[in-house]
Design a protein around this ligand. Structure first.
Ligand SMILES: *[C@@H]1O[C@H](CO)[C@@H](O)[C@H](O)[C@H]1NC(C)=O
Ligand SMILES: *[C@@H]1O[C@H](CO)[C@@H](O)[C@H](O)[C@H]1NC(C)=O
Ligand SMILES: *[C@@H]1O[C@H](CO)[C@@H](O)[C@H](O)[C@H]1NC(C)=O
Length: 403
């Protein structure tokens, strides 16, 4: 009896081992991201109609193809009372939902392992400066989250307690997402906007030594690319940084020639002229959003010239719109370029951020126009994109769009 059973058992083991090997080979194919199984098995990460999102009545592929009828339908939907009501998710929802982190991550379809070796070997560091709309923050985090990246979140000190508690609860579900150690009270156009990013830069630099690039975001940003596409775009910068850095327009020069202070919560000139910049550094014009390598961040934190520039910039107007641009043209800063005009980079040429300013909109072929008219609405002369902007947006090389 036994000997007979013996070989049957052996055969069973053999089959089981073969099965295991097959599963392992499938898993390793998944990791390299090259097989058809990869595409099939990751479909669960995509949002579908089963996810009960209120947008499910829209045909997204038609919107992305620029079909006018479809994005007009979407526009009508967004202004309907019922839609506006169901898309409001209270802060308390996140506080409760994150009590069970495992369930929260599954229902929100967070990515739980690197989707490719290429991405795993190229971790990114994000600084996220937010002040309200927990729901937008969570959507943004969900869209850019991968376990190999790290994320520092700065919530404005002025934010309501429920915003702070909800965002803190979300970050607590992830080992690689953390709240900044020192939050500040962010004043529009004031120094503290820069300080918020600086505090995150220090924490990110200190927390992990292996990330390759730094990207800063605000709560109104959203990615135009997947993590893999971002990694590939950064690879092709070959160590360079990508941010707006150009000649300061005449109209903005007063921002760095006069002393400003926070008076009644607003930045106002106090009637004093500023000293020249330390080391006579030429001031360049840019914006708050940057894509820079780790070495640039090291310089920001350690370079004595930059420490002096930072001290000098603290009583200027909107230092976020010249500090990073100026550092980008300083000799010796990793990934920087020479201060010569020939190296000027506009916000359109840089990959950091796509922003549509009302004053630059217009029809194709017009000499003044930089981009087509906003199909959403404007807030402080900046386009809050509508469904009709999407086809154009996804064709841009920028990694992120605002607002
Ligand atoms: C959505 O639009 C695409 C492109 O126009 C079309 O091929 C598809 O059939 C539409 N899907 C539905 C469900 O209407
Ligand atoms: C709180 O979260 C739990 C677990 O995710 C869920 O089952 C429950 O319905 C939630 N309660 C409220 C009031 O949202
Ligand atoms: C890095 O972390 C250590 C230990 O927590 C701390 O003492 C140090 O001040 C930090 N450095 C920076 C630049 O934040």
């Amino acid at each position: 009896m036994f000997p007979k059973r013996g070989w049957q058992l052996w055969l069973l083991h053999f089959i089981a081992v073969l099965g295991l090997l097959w599963i392992l080979s499938q898993l390793s194919q998944l990791k390299t991201g090259k097989s058809a199984a990869y595409v099939l098995r990751y479909q669960w990460l995509q949002y579908t109609d089963d996810d009960e999102s209120p947008e499910k009545v829209c045909n997204c592929s038609a919107i992305l193809r620029g079909e006018k009828e479809e994005f007009q339908k979407a526009k009508l939907l967004t202004i309907s009372k019922n839609f506006q009501k169901i898309i409001q998710i209270p802060d308390e929802y996140y506080i409760n939902a994150t009590k069970d982190c495992r369930k929260f991550k599954i229902t929100r379809k967070y990515i739980t392992f690197p989707l490719s070796k290429e991405e795993e070997d190229f971790p990114l560091a994000y600084s996220m400066v937010v002040h309200h709309k927990v729901q937008n923050f969570e959507r943004l985090l969900r869209a850019i989250y991968t376990p190999q990246n790290i994320y520092c979140v700065h919530v404005d000190k002025k934010a309501p307690a429920s915003v702070f508690i909800a965002i803190n609860a979300i970050t607590s579900c992830f080992p690689n997402v953390f709240m900044v150690r020192q939050p500040v009270d962010v004043v529009y156009a004031g120094w503290t906007r820069v300080q918020a990013d600086l505090n995150c830069m220090a924490d990110l630099y200190n927390t992990s030594t292996n990330w390759k690039y730094f990207i800063n975001l605000c709560g109104q940003d959203f990615p135009l690319k997947t993590n893999l596409e971002i990694v590939q775009a950064l690879h092709s910068l070959k160590g360079g940084n990508s941010l707006e850095s150009e000649e300061m327009p005449q109209g903005k020069k007063k921002r760095v020639m006069n002393v400003y202070q926070v008076i009644d919560g607003k930045m106002q000139p106090v009637g004093k002229t500023k000293d020249p910049t330390p080391f006579n550094l030429p001031i360049l014009s840019g914006n708050a959003y940057i894509v820079v390598n780790r070495g640039y961040i090291h310089s920001v934190l350690e370079d004595k010239r930059i420490q002096a520039l930072i001290e000098w910039a603290k009583d200027t107007y909107s230092p976020d719109e010249f500090l990073w641009a100026t550092i980008q043209r300083m000799p010796g800063v990793p990934g920087s370029t020479w201060p010569n005009r020939k190296f000027d980079i506009t916000d359109i040429n840089a990959i950091a951020r796509m922003v549509k300013w009302q004053g630059h909109e217009g029809s194709e072929g017009s000499l003044q126009a930089v981009y087509p008219e906003c199909k959403g609405h404007h807030v402080r002369s900046i386009c809050v994109y509508g469904a009709g902007d999407l086809q154009w947006l996804i064709e841009q090389h920028h990694l992120f769009a605002n607002k």
